[in-house]
Design a protein around this ligand. Sequence first.
Ligand code: SF4
Length: 139
Amino acid sequence: MAIDQDFFKNLKAVAEHNDHFVWGPGKEGDAAKDENVKADYEAKGEKIEPLGIHGTFVAVDYDDCIADGACLPACPVAVFEWDKNTGLSGQDQRQDYTDKSDPIRESDCIWCMACVTVCPTEAIKVDESLVAVHKTTQL
Ligand code: SF4
């Protein structure tokens, strides 16, 4: 489905998480249709709920993220860590396929676009001009 390129206009900042904003409400995205994601939610006895977008100028749509993990090692400055396996950033170091790539060091981004290129579901938007949006956003 891909991240909404205008999410910062169409959604609202609803929370802060690891020094970045979370934009909501979420949606039924690619994660809800992915067999690995569905199987691991089912194994945990949990429902897939809309999660929204993490980050503003490095933004990951958690509802499209299928925990592929390619973006984590692709980033030359280690912006991403696994949300549920804090501190880990290897492609296969997800807790399981309910995990998400979290832009935990958003402000370290050097705008190389590697993460955007490798993401199989186009779940990531990186846009330096949105630093200004980040600075003026309030909960
Ligand atoms: S654009 Fe480059 S530096 Fe920025 S988060 Fe993506 S991979 Fe990392």
